[in-house]
Design a binder for this molecule. Structure first.
Ligand SMILES: [Zn+2]
Ligand SMILES: [Zn+2]
Length: 334
């Protein structure tokens, strides 16, 4: 991170501080964090997304402004990555109140957008809580998780510039979106069962597409699940005949297939998982992690050899993409 300071002024009088923050700073809850910090420090001003990053103007006593600068640059939201900060000390304007301004789409587009990220633990807790309105809802997300790059059609990152523009938020979701204390404050893909995307089965009418898709897998069928970034071809990892049919259709006689695990407990039952591998499994990026396979445990059906016939001592295990994780969590908790 580079800091560039223009016209520094350490007077204790009220001042106005303008910050331009570059990097991966959109879609990570940056504006809500700025709003909360400015409100906490009783600073006036505004924050706005533009096509290069986030621009902030805050006004108040110099010590509070310096504290604001240190906090927002040293402790940005967890998924943010600050590459550079421009600062400028300005004369105060006497402004009061703090606002998140409508985004500015002028100028050269240089802001970085994060990839989609796995469902966070708070959202998973919502999904498995039978009293929560999002119980079993696979498209649950917040400012700390969910789709980003897959839904963006233009910059800056705002709901009207995403595929979520087709879904009008219900009053409850809108209230979360507007509430600075809510973790869905300005969460652009915010959605719930009553206003967001729904699961459906493409080739048959179904009142419970998730249960029917799982039933199809259990019957040895191949399920093509359309997620945010493309299709996942799913098959029961314990069903050799189904695996061989998938291999034949894809003309992949031996390439190892990734095994979706529900959670780290399942990963540990199937494979030897080091602390580093565990951290990868739980990271926001949720990558496929190559793990060394255990001999089959007694309390879980073994992975069929056809999953990785060319690598008999290892299996590729991955935490599931967030939509499938939600579905799986939902299915195994009801
Ligand atoms: Zn979340
Ligand atoms: Zn809603």
């Amino acid at each position: 991170m580079a800091a560039r300071n223009h016209n520094s002024n350490n007077s204790l009088n009220h001042q106005r501080l303008r910050l331009t923050i570059y990097g991966a700073v959109q879609g990570v809850g940056f504006r809500p964090a700025v709003y909360r910090l400015a409100s906490e420090l009783m600073l006036a001003g505004w924050v706005v997304n533009n096509v290069q990053g986030v621009v902030i103007e805050v006004e108040g006593p110099t010590p509070q402004l310096e504290h604001f600068l240190a906090q927002i640059t040293r402790h940005p939201p967890p998924r943010a990555s600050i590459h550079a900060v421009d600062t400028a000390w300005l004369a105060p304007t006497g402004a009061t109140g703090f606002a998140i301004r409508q985004s500015d789409d002028h100028g050269q587009k240089t802001v970085l957008i994060l990839p989609d990220s796995a469902t966070c633990t708070d959202c998973l807790a919502d999904i498995i809580d039978q009293t929560n309105p999002r119980y079993g809802y696979p498209f649950t997300n917040c400012t700390n998780c969910g789709p980003r790059l897959s839904i963006i059609e233009a910059l800056p990152y705002d709901r009207p510039n995403t595929t979520m523009k087709h879904f009008i938020m219900c009053p409850d979701c809108q209230q979360e979106y507007n509430n600075p204390l809510d973790r869905r404050f300005h969460a652009q893909p915010n959605a719930c069962p009553s206003c967001g995307p729904q699961l459906f089965l493409a080739h048959q009418a179904s009142s419970d597409p998730l249960a029917d898709a799982v039933a199809a897998l259990q019957q040895g069928q191949i399920v093509a699940m359309k997620g945010l970034g493309g299709f996942h071809l799913l098959v029961d990892a314990n069903n050799t005949a189904a695996l061989l049919r998938l291999r034949q259709r894809k003309n992949r006689p031996a390439k190892p297939l990734a095994v979706m695990v529900r959670d780290s407990a399942m990963a540990h039952r199937l494979c030897i998982v080091s602390p580093q591998e565990e951290a990868l499994l739980h990271s926001a990026e949720a990558p496929i992690v190559l793990l060394k396979r255990h001999p089959p445990a007694s309390d879980i059906a073994p992975i069929a050899d056809a999953v990785a016939p060319a690598s008999p001592r290892s299996a590729s295990c991955c935490p599931t993409p967030h939509c499938i994780t939600c579905s799986w969590q939902h299915l195994t908790h009801r």
